[in-house]
Ligand binder design. Structure first.
Ligand SMILES: C[S@@+](CC[C@H](N)C(=O)[O-])C[C@H]1O[C@@H](n2cnc3c(N)ncnc32)[C@H](O)[C@@H]1O
Length: 253
């Protein structure tokens, strides 16, 4: 994809992440707060689970930063990381992991066929914005169906729709800092142009919370981070109801 070109399909996006994988960890290391925010999201999940050794899914695990955050918050956890990008998964798989961690190359849209559940918790850090709008409700619903009753989903995602100041800050930071920095370190700036656009185009926070409710989640709450990303980066949490009669039955239950 040329610098500034468009990513319109999921395979194109996976290719784009493949190409950027080599510099991905470097660029996230240069992003102040990236790992702290992942740690906060992982803690938001850990705080709600009542087992010492829970089974977890890391949806859109990328190069494994979110997987590592989960293990720091829940050292006894088993984690399956799922990601569509072969390149990002190769980065993840190349790191040292305890037993009980494995990675699966698949798109989130294929979750029902993977039969990875039931799990106690799911983290989806920076995934949902990348799922095409037409598939987002279906992915939210399949996430619910992978959870055991009472299990929790935590979503960390950028959203600026309906917030003018947040949108302006986001555009300035992307075009003055993030995209030039990606070009400087050979980090495939096209992906970061896509990052800018995908955040600008993603659901408003209220819309995303509504999707979770329509998928059958309850106890939905949102927390915003502090600092310059306030109003831009959000952590949602949502629970699968305990009683099956509280929500539509999932397939094969
Ligand atoms: C911004 S990275 C985040 C990675 C990791 N969660 C983290 O926090 O560092 C987003 C990841 O989602 C993956 N992704 C995007 N769309 C996807 C989809 N539809 N299904 C599965 N993975 C997807 C990309 O390949 C990429 O590795």
């Amino acid at each position: 994809m040329p610098y500034g070109g468009r990513v319109d399909t999921e395979p194109e996006l996976a290719d784009e992440f493949d190409r950027a994988a080599g510099r991905y960890d470097l660029l996230t290391a240069l992003n102040p707060g990236y790992h702290r925010h992942l740690a906060e999201a992982a803690s938001a999940l850990a705080d709600r689970l009542d087992r010492d050794a829970p089974c977890l899914l890391d949806l859109g695990c990328g190069s494994g930063s979110s997987t590592a955050a989960l293990l720091r918050a829940l050292p006894g956890a088993s984690v399956v990381g799922v990601d569509a990008s072969v390149g990002m998964l190769a980065r993840a798989a190349g790191k040292a992991w305890p037993d009980g961690v494995r990675f699966v190359q698949a798109s989130a849209e294929a979750l029902p066929e993977l039969r990875l559940g039931p799990v106690d918790g799911i983290l989806a850090a920076y995934l949902f914005r990348n799922v095409p709008d037409r598939d987002r409700d279906r992915v939210a619903r399949s996430a619910l169906c992978q959870l055991r009753p009472g299990g929790w989903l935590v979503v960390q995602e950028y959203s600026v729709a309906g917030r003018r100041l947040a949108g302006l800050v986001w555009t300035l930071v992307c075009w003055l800092v993030v995209i030039p920095l990606a070009a400087l370190v050979g980090g495939h700036p096209g992906l970061y142009v896509y990052l800018w656009r995908s955040v600008r185009d993603f659901d408003a926070t209220e819309r995303f919370a509504r999707r979770l409710a329509e998928a059958g989640f309850v106890d939905i709450a949102r927390q915003d981070v502090q600092g310059w990303q306030r109003g831009i980066l959000h952590t949602f949490r949502a629970r699968r109801p305990y009683a099956p009669e509280e929500s539509r039955p999932c397939p094969a239950e």
